[in-house]
Design a protein around this ligand. Structure first.
Ligand code: URP
Ligand code: ZN
Ligand code: ZN
Length: 472
């Protein structure tokens, strides 16, 4: 089966080319001017842009938390991703069994039958001893080359500095990349305890008990540990100006330290948590200030921050009221669990489908970023850093035919009706967006056609990633 995308403008991280794209089965076969292929299905892309499918390296589907579970599973989350132009998602595996292999097996059991786009996984290292240490390199034969460590969530997910240092050394020797959640767990514990004792239980206290200085300090700490381990490091969900400063410093010192941010940290502040519906904005790390938003934009512009991800981890705002999802009534306990106590609100928010449309308008149309830079941070850099390139993240002969045909003139009023997340709210409700995915292909198969969903559970393929991926 061949498909010919005709007359569009191809946008890659480095080039803008007026050319046709010939897809043969799952792969891009050829780019060229006026390709004629009599037996191909022709898709007219005149006046449209042809983008690589997005790669979101930070999602949490069906993540158990605070007595409930994130409300998108690997099917609904993949579907939402696809409607937003994203065709590869990397999730996190919890270390909640005896061995890493058991954790990976369990995660596959849940993810594989549901996956609708291509996918992979990082391993959370939230417990460390000699047995775990010896099992880490074995993840590579399972296609998992990235590990996440935490400097927060004491007594739950956090490792001590020495343990993080050891993980980094093992990772480096095996060609793996360590990812870090950077906050100061000790200070957070004290501030939460004080807030509870003072009766400060409204959502804004979530932000007030997780100070930006803790994140700033933890980025420098992580960079220093990585330097001493001789290892690369990737800072996830960067949210604070000071973090960008520390990352810039580490990179100036020649260290292989990289970072991602997420759209929510560019647009929202602690003030959103002070609203009546502030729980919608609760995630960790929290929203900061307008100054932090501005420094993150600057970090993107200057190339200090290499990747845009989402940290997609949605919960219902009111999980007592069902929504209609694919003709079914669905209600999953959510943020209402912490109605009277912010510490009981599940942390996380929707975003996997929002990332590319929201940023196109607010980064490309606003002149903050070229279309090529947009592709670089949403598609190409994540694919390179996470060992998926050039199979994913670009449009070239031999790459998977993961493609978003983008209509740069399409105006929409965005929100829950267009985002397809399985939850009851959208952070960008009512935002006017110009530029939207029109058709999305996953390995040559059309899975989104306007408002029509053509994808299927189980069609997504687990991508075995290779070690020693690029350091950018
Ligand atoms: O609030 C968030 N981000 N929940 C997901 C877990 C994490 O630390 O990324
Ligand atoms: Zn995190
Ligand atoms: Zn996360």
């Amino acid at each position: 089966m061949k498909t010919l995308i005709k007359g569009g403008t191809i946008i890659t991280a480095s080039e803008t080319i007026q050319a046709d794209v010939l897809i043969n089965e799952e792969k891009i076969q050829r780019l060229g001017q006026d390709i004629i292929e009599p037996d191909a299905l022709v898709i007219d892309a005149t006046n449209k842009l042809v983008l690589p499918g997005g790669v979101d390296v930070h999602t949490h589907f069906s993540l158990p938390m605070a007595g409930t579970i994130s409300s998108d599973d690997h099917y609904t989350g993949h579907k939402a991703a696809a409607f937003g132009g994203t065709t590869t998602a990397i999730d996190f595996i919890s270390l909640d069994r005896e061995t890493l292999d058991e954790c990976v097996d369990e995660w596959h059991k849940i993810a594989d039958p549901l996956a609708a786009i291509d996918y992979s996984a990082h391993m959370n290292i939230t417990r460390f001893d000699d047995r775990i240490a010896s099992q880490i390199p074995g993840l590579i034969k399972r296609g998992i080359t990235t590990l996440k460590v935490f400097t927060a969530y004491n007594n739950r997910l956090r490792l001590q500095d020495g343990e993080i240092f050891k993980v980094m050394r093992i990772a480096k020797n095996a060609g793996m990349l360590t990812m870090m959640h950077a906050e100061n767990g000790d200070v957070i514990e004290i501030l939460i305890d004080e807030a509870i004792r003072s009766g400060n239980l409204s959502p804004v206290w979530h932000a007030r008990t997780r100070p930006a200085w803790g994140a700033t300090e933890a980025v420098l700490r992580g960079s220093s540990l990585a330097a001493q381990a001789g290892a690369p490091l990737y800072i996830v969900h960067m949210n604070a100006a000071g973090e960008v400063d520390q990352l810039e410093y580490a990179r100036k010192m020649g260290l292989p330290i990289m970072g991602e941010t997420c759209p929510q940290y560019l647009f929202f502040t602690e003030d959103n948590l002070a609203q009546i519906d502030g729980a919608k904005w609760i995630c960790s790390p929290p929203m900061r200030s307008a100054k932090d938003n501005a420094r993150l934009w600057e970090g993107l512009k200057n190339g200090i921050i290499k990747v845009m991800a989402t940290d997609h981890c949605p919960f219902f705002f009111d999980g007592t009221k069902p929504i209609k999802y694919e003709e079914e009534n669905i209600a999953i306990p959510g943020k209402e669990l912490g109605k009277t106590d912010f510490t009981k609100i599940p942390n996380g928010l929707p975003g996997v489908g929002d990332r590319m449309p929201v940023l196109w308008t607010n980064a490309v149309n606003s002149g903050r970023m070229t279309p090529n830079h947009f592709v670089e941070i949403n598609c190409t850099n994540p694919a390179k850093i996470f060992g998926l390139y050039p199979q994913k993240g670009t449009i070239m002969p031999g790459s998977d035919a993961d493609i978003a045909i983008w209509d740069p003139e399409k105006n929409v009023t965005y929100g829950i009706g267009l985002s397809h997340h399985r939850t009851d709210y959208n952070l960008y409700e009512g935002w006017h967006l110009k530029g939207f995915p029109e058709k999305v292909f996953s390995r040559g198969k059309l899975i989104v056609d306007g408002e029509t969903w053509l994808g299927k559970k189980g069609d997504g393929r687990f991508i075995h990633r290779k070690p020693f991926a690029e350091i950018l």
